[in-house]
Design a protein around this ligand. Structure first.
Ligand code: GLN
Length: 304
């Protein structure tokens, strides 16, 4: 495994075309696109990594997997009243479907869906309380209490928030958002601004590898049934309108973020995190996807 990861890191480092960093969030626009990290966490607790796998980066939309998991635990299937389970086929911050579909976002991984998930788990709580719960949950599943939020990234996103504010107001006009929009978005931006390394992220995904149990800590996070369903949503919706392409090329449930990270789950085998800040046109890590493609070719870990 170490040899495979070293080969991948070497190939990726040599690439000239590295994609474009997310520039609509000023803090992310300043990240050096030459960085690359990869980490593979096995259910036994072993971790293999290459490149800058301990460097912290903004997990952004990968956090949507964790907030959905928390939401399912808190309110169960009631979450599906205001969020769908279908691929969107549209960009992550698109508003078009919301109008035709009565303000109900297609899935929990596009921005509108993730904002609706935050609203659903607030349940009258103050933003600080719910944010603390999300952070606590991520620390718990990763078994790492050092994981923190990068306040600068959250404020940077807040300063350029027109699109997400529009999505939230649009949903609210259909009566689908219960709490004050500034509060919901405040939680959402902070959740997206959690900083993690590839190693931490790979560890956080372990519960999805072994039917809901993080085998390395022995902690059951969700039921086997729920873990399968979260994986299926990641497969169908985790890369927005690039989900089909990701399934075709990599063949694993995966969730990307505009920070350039991707969390991919090889059920029964491993949790994998990659990070390369340059994005493709759909907002998914360009070289991160190539790295995963190489890993799956070498290990045969595709679910297909
Ligand atoms: N925080 C980002 C946003 O709301 C998350 C988007 C992403 O990672 N795709 O735009």
């Amino acid at each position: 495994m170490q040899n495979i990861l070293n080969d991948i890191a070497e190939t990726i480092q040599a690439q000239k075309q590295r994609g474009v960093v997310a520039d609509y969030i000023p803090e992310l626009a300043a990240i050096d696109p030459k960085q690359f990290g990869i980490a593979v966490a096995l259910p036994t607790g072993e971790i293999y990594s290459a490149g800058c796998a301990q460097q912290l980066f903004s997990i952004q939309s990968i956090s949507k997997v964790f907030s959905l998991t928390l939401a399912l635990g808190k309110i169960g299937d009631a979450i599906w009243q205001n969020v769908g389970r279908e691929p969107s086929g549209d960009p992550f911050n698109s508003i078009v479907q919301l109008e035709k579909e009565h303000g109900k976002p297609r899935n929990p991984f596009i921005n509108a869906g993730a904002i609706a998930v935050v609203d659903a788990i607030m349940m009258g709580h103050e933003p600080k309380e719910i944010l603390a719960e999300i952070l606590q949950f991520v620390r718990y599943i990763a078994n790492d209490s050092s994981i923190a939020i990068d306040e600068k990234v959250a404020l940077s996103e807040l300063a350029t928030a027109h699109r997400n504010t529009s999505l939230a107001h649009f949903m609210a006009s259909f009566g689908r958002i219960e709490h004050a929009i500034e509060k919901v978005l405040g939680v959402y931006y902070h959740q997206c601004s959690i900083s993690m390394s590839c190693e931490q992220l790979a560890k956080a995904g372990l519960f999805l590898v072994s039917e809901g149990v993080n085998q390395s800590t022995g902690r059951r996070v969700v039921s086997a049934h729920r873990a399968r369903r979260i994986n299926s949503l990641m497969m169908m919706c985790g890369h927005y309108d690039g989900s089909g392409e990701f399934a075709y090329r990599v063949g694993l449930p995966g969730k990307s973020g505009v920070g350039g990270g991707i969390l991919a789950i090889a059920p029964n085998n491993a949790s994998i995190a990659v990070w390369s800040p340059g994005l493709d046109k759909l907002g998914n890590s360009m070289l991160g996807t190539i790295a995963l493609e190489m890993l799956v070719q070498r290990t045969g870990w595709s679910v297909f």
